[in-house]
Write a protein of this length. Structure first.
Length: 386
């Protein structure tokens, strides 16, 4: 028994420093070049694509001292897990490139399990950034930039089965949440990346449409229409149709109601100062036609005496301006065009009824009426006979 115990103790005794069992040195110490191990352990994430290519070249070479793949794989796994767990937003593309290169050589560097453990670390980092886009900076554009980068890298790696579809879904959901809260001005400033995201993921496009719908649910705020129009047209330039049936219907409804009551200055600034998307023209035409159809007679009905003359002339001048501006942009109904002329005629008749100094305003009314008539009349509609 004593001799057996001695032999057991001897078998458990540690070998001399630097030697393996039986006095042999580990293959890693003799085969893996120290410079390569050193590079693996010290490389930054931006340097890792080069390091992986170097490992691949080394493994493919056979100069009589073949490196130990498991040792190299363990070193790579340890270092990359450290790096990917804290990779910066600016280095996501280098991290993704590294994973693509590792996938090609995974069997030589520890096998599938080792590679998958590294990929899971990067998945967690992508999800972290998606949940905390403010980590990229304080501006909304930087938030969208990070979310867009996460989506781009995740979708590319998901196609190669490196990250799971659930990661892509999580990022898309976070994009939709961000869009729901984003100011339309920010979406307009970021129209190019927004278009790319809409093209890549249908839920992003649906989120954008819902954002537009929500923005007009309580009416169009002053200054909102030009921003929305530029956003819609900007997306259209990238072949993205932001106005589906539901969104278009809601916007057109609010727009038609708005142009019937907005002041002339607002109409001039928001509706007639720049081209609107063609999808909105019908709503503007219908709203302006309805406004013109009753404006003239309303002006005449409020004309009671001389004190009303300045207001009447000002309102008729505004009426004529609206008609001229609208005529250049949208289709006005025949009824609306005739109603404008009838409105001027009603004011003329009212002045004649009241007599006195009121009659002196008739020439001014007719001058205004003639200017509008020249704009609105068509050769075959008989309007010149009004």
């Amino acid at each position: 028994p004593a001799s057996t115990a001695s032999r057991s103790a001897a078998s458990l005794a540690l070998p001399p420093s630097g030697q393996g069992p039986g006095g042999r040195r580990p293959r890693a110490s003799s085969n893996a070049p120290p410079s390569l191990i050193s590079q693996i352990e010290r490389a930054s994430i931006s340097e890792y694509p080069r390091v992986v290519r170097l490992i691949r070249t080394t493994l493919q070479s056979d100069a009589g001292s073949t490196p130990e793949p498991l040792v190299l794989g363990a070193a790579v796994s340890k270092r990359l897990s450290e790096l990917l767990g804290k990779v910066s937003a600016q280095c996501l593309s280098e991290a993704a490139e590294t994973l693509l290169l590792l996938q090609e050589n995974r069997q030589a560097l520890g096998g599938e399990d080792v590679f998958c453990s590294i990929a899971r670390v990067f998945e967690n980092r992508l999800v972290y950034f998606a949940m905390h886009p403010e980590s990229a900076g304080s501006t909304p554009s930087s938030h969208l930039g990070l979310l867009s980068s996460c989506h781009h890298q995740a979708t590319a790696l998901e196609k190669r089965q490196i990250v799971s579809p659930q990661v892509v879904t999580t990022i898309v959901d976070r994009l939709a949440d961000w869009i729901a809260k984003a100011d339309l001005k920010v979406l307009l400033e970021q129209v190019s990346p927004m278009a790319a995201l809409c093209r890549a993921a249908e839920p992003v496009l649906e989120a954008l449409r819902e954002r537009l719908r929500q923005s007009v649910r309580k009416g169009l705020r002053e200054g909102q229409l030009p921003i929305m129009s530029r956003l819609i047209q900007g997306l259209s330039g990238f072949s993205i149709q932001a106005l589906d049936n539901g969104v278009g219907r809601d916007i057109n409804k609010q727009l038609a109601a708005g142009v019937q009551k907005w002041p002339v200055d607002r109409l001039r600034a928001e509706v007639f100062s720049e081209p609107l998307p063609t999808e909105l023209h019908a709503a503007v035409g219908a709203g302006i036609s309805a406004r013109l159809g009753k404006a003239g007679s309303l002006i005449a009905s409020t004309l009671k005496g001389e004190e009303d003359l300045p207001r009447m002339l000002q309102e008729l001048e505004a009426l004529g301006e609206i008609a001229r501006l609208a005529h250049k942009m949208v289709h006005l109904s025949d009824a609306a065009r005739r109603a404008v002329m009838d409105g001027f005629s009603c004011c003329t008749g009212r002045c004649m009824e009241l007599g006195g100094e009121m009659a002196d305003a008739i020439s001014e009314i007719q001058t205004l009426q003639w200017g509008v008539l020249v704009t609105l009349a068509r050769p075959d509609d008989g309007l010149m006979g009004c």
